[in-house]
Write a protein that binds this ligand. Structure first.
Ligand code: BTN
Length: 240
């Protein structure tokens, strides 16, 4: 594993994608400041400036895409939950990969696949973690409740130290995850899930679906039930 730290960048994901051809497998692009962070489903990532975590893992696991790679965001959500537990917190996961503390979002995860024509070149797995913010700053994010680690533990957090803990935890089980896929982390994921057996609405690219979240399949998909019928969602974000 190698870490490249940049003072300022538009987006660590964009930088990693644009430079993927010269970056080695398992390189982490880490920025002190991000000016144009990208979020899921074409949203922006609203951050709290320097002192927070902005990082992208460059992963080149093989020369062909494998369906298991779609679950890397869920793997990273479990990894992050384990790290936050070391700070004495009880993180919950909201499908597919939001990590919450006391119902408030503390991090965002965005995976982007890099192709050259029909050829798979690698993945960029980006993560932003709110590590240091003020109570007033987190209130300004309007669409959902947000928190930061320093507000939860009452101490300033060292972002370099946090990245090291996160990266060590990530790579400790990464090879086994690549072999086994979502099933390898399923029980760890489910044990932290905050959404099961509740009414949810899930935003996809073009539509919103609602129903009772009944479970998660062995492939990490969400099972929803509506009018006594079950159906499976592979992509989306639980909004409510
Ligand atoms: C989300 O919408 O919840 C995902 C947000 C992902 C944000 C991180 S910050 C580091 C990396 N670079 C980006 O531009 N986005 C991701």
């Amino acid at each position: 594993m190698r870490v490249i730290t940049l003072e300022e960048v538009d987006s660590t994901n964009l930088y990693a994608k644009n430079n993927l051809h010269v970056l080695e497998d398992r390189t982490i692009i880490h920025a002190q400041r991000q000016t144009s962070g990208r979020g899921r489903l074409t949203r922006k990532w609203i951050d709290f400036g320097p002192g927070n975590l902005f990082a992208s893992f460059v992963l080149k696991p093989s020369s062909d895409f494998d369906e298991k790679y779609s679950n890397l965001t869920q793997y990273l959500s479990v990894v992050l939950a384990r790290v936050l537990e070391k700070y004495g917190l009880e993180p919950k996961i909201k499908w597919p990969n939001d990590v919450l503390i006391n119902g408030k979002k503390i991090a965002g995860i965005l995976s982007e696949t890099v192709m050259q024509g029909a050829n798979f070149k690698g993945l960029v797995l980006g993560i932003g973690v709110n590590l240091n913010a003020t109570a007033d700053e987190v209130k300004l994010v309007e669409d959902k409740p947000v928190t930061a680690l320093n507000l939860e533990i009452g101490e300033v957090v060292d972002s370099d130290e946090f990245l090291k803990e996160l990266a060590d935890e990530f790579f400790a089980n990464y090879d086994e995850f690549l072999q086994k896929g979502f099933e390898f982390i399923k029980s760890d994921y489910i044990s932290r899930a905050s959404f099961l057996d509740t009414e949810v609405c899930v935003q996809g690219f073009n539509s919103t679906q609602s129903g009772i979240a009944k479970g998660v399949t062995d492939l990490g998909e969400l099972v929803l039930e509506r009018e006594n019928k079950q159906f499976v969602l592979t992509i989306g974000d639980i909004l409510c």
